[in-house]
Design a protein. Structure first.
Length: 129
């Protein structure tokens, strides 16, 4: 999940910037690739885990609206969906602060990796642990 804040100028160290807007977007590199391929007309599915929270629900709905198969998504009770805060200035320069959550506690053992057997391509997103 990406929270994007538009600012006039990125703050210097120990500084402050006033936001022009703040919006929530379905984000993350794996999500961006999945949605981009779906827009190009490819059959795309997402295999991963989301938290049992509003951000996880938001991401699942966004995938479904963009035509991404969500049957490979596992919702984990008590897990918070990872988020990034992105500050973007008027020139497009940006900073990203990632809050990856506790990935190691949950692992990937509950994912249906058999869904990958028929895939023609695979994108593995980064892990920020």
């Amino acid at each position: 999940m990406d929270w994007v804040v538009e600012v006039e100028v990125l703050p210097k160290r120990d500084g402050i910037a006033l936001a022009r807007s703040c919006q929530r977007f379905a984000g993350g590199s794996a999500a961006n690739v999945a949605v981009g391929l779906a827009r190009l007309g490819c059959r795309v599915g997402f295999v991963g885990q989301l938290g049992d929270d509003e951000n996880g629900d938001f991401l699942r709905r966004a995938f479904q609206q963009k035509g991404v198969d969500t049957r490979g998504i596992v919702k984990i009770p008590g897990y918070e969906t990872p988020i990034c805060w992105v500050a973007v200035d008027g020139r497009g320069d940006h900073i990203i602060i990632a809050l990856p959550r506790d990935v190691e506690t949950y692992g990937s053992g509950n994912l249906d990796l058999g869904r990958l057997a028929t895939a023609q391509g695979l994108y593995v997103g980064p892990s920020h642990t």
